[in-house]
Design a protein around this ligand. Structure first.
Ligand code: GRG
Length: 291
């Protein structure tokens, strides 16, 4: 078993690796890179860390193989946050502990900055001349969940004011908006480590549970979290009458279900054996996170 200190140390170490790789990709090309970097800087880096954890658990040795893809995921995630914060969407002026992109640079630059990050991610995915088939598979998997079959569809459902208040509708939003992207982060690590299809499939399915869990804890933190610790504005979901887990189940009911999703994720990961122990600790971290 991994203790609380150990997982905190693990996350800090991996975050440092991701942060310095990202910095390298934002070297001085033109001023737009500085604008984009403002928003990229400061996240928890959960998605890239999941990709690295999966790559290493699957026996991947050279971290450089997964790093550009892991960083690309973070750029796509950041684009989605920038666009989500826009006045036409969630309208939030505070993100990652500072002014959100449109507040700092204006709406036009925020939109363009998101567009730039989205495209630049795919350039990072193509870095290097090796493992072309794996990179193709990784890009296919990512592109399938960040567009109209995933994040963008999830956002469309999320902003719709004609939602039915049902567990099924909630699950559809959570799956598309959050869980598929978290699951694909776990999946690309396995793809780049050249794992067999069975392993890749188990990891994706376990990742879906982890992703739903992630959105459950995000929903809980929107109700009980502190602005400074979260680095974003809590209370937005109630203010905009969002369909969330607490809206449907209350806080206690949401906590109960979150624990159940954590168990389901851990059971699935554990079928892959001891090499995947880290995912137990990562799941617990996501269950108990306060930011
Ligand atoms: C296509 C115009 C257009 C907009 C797209 C894709 C999109 C807008 C929004 C994505 C939906 C979204 C914001 C989902 C929420 C996912 C989530 C829980 C984000 C918070 O992630 P953390 O906690 O944040 O990992 P940090 O800042 O730590 O990276």
């Amino acid at each position: 078993m991994m203790g609380n200190n150990e997982i905190t140390k693990y996350l800090a170490e991996k975050k440092k690796i991701v942060d310095s790789a990202i910095k390298k990709y934002f070297a001085d090309f033109n001023p737009l890179f500085e604008t984009m970097y403002y928003s990229v800087d400061g996240g928890k880096r959960i998605r890239p860390i999941l990709a690295i954890a999966s790559f290493e658990s699957c026996g991947g040795k050279n971290i450089e193989t997964i790093l550009p893809i892991a960083c690309g995921l973070e750029l796509i995630h950041t684009y989605s946050l920038i666009h989500d914060d826009l006045p036409a969407m969630d309208n939030d002026d505070f993100r990652r502990g500072k002014e959100s992109a449109h507040k700092k640079f204006g709406e036009a630059m925020a939109i363009l900055s998101g567009d730039g990050l989205f495209a630049y991610a795919f350039e990072l995915f193509t870095e290097g001349a090796n493992l072309i088939n794996e990179k193709f598979a990784a890009m296919k998997a990512v592109s399938e969940v960040v567009g109209p079959k995933g994040i963008v569809y999830g956002q469309v459902l999320d902003i719709s004011d004609r939602k039915e208040l049902s567990p099924k509708a909630l699950r559809k939003i959570h799956l598309n908006k959050t869980a598929k992207f978290i699951a694909v982060a776990v999946k690309v690590g396995a793809i780049m480590a050249q794992s067999p299809k069975d392993t890749i499939d188990v990891l994706y399915n376990a990742g879906l549970y982890l992703g739903i869990l992630f959105q459950y804890t995000d929903d809980i933190l929107d109700v009980i979290g502190e602005k400074n610790k979260l680095g974003k504005t809590p209370g937005k979901d109630v203010a905009s009458s969002k369909l969330t887990a607490p809206a449907l189940y209350g806080i206690d009911g949401t906590r109960f279900r979150a624990k159940r999703y954590a168990e389901l994720a851990k059971i699935k990961f554990s079928t892959l054996g001891d090499n995947f122990r880290i995912f137990n600790a990562l799941t617990d971290f996501i269950l108990t996170r306060t930011y």
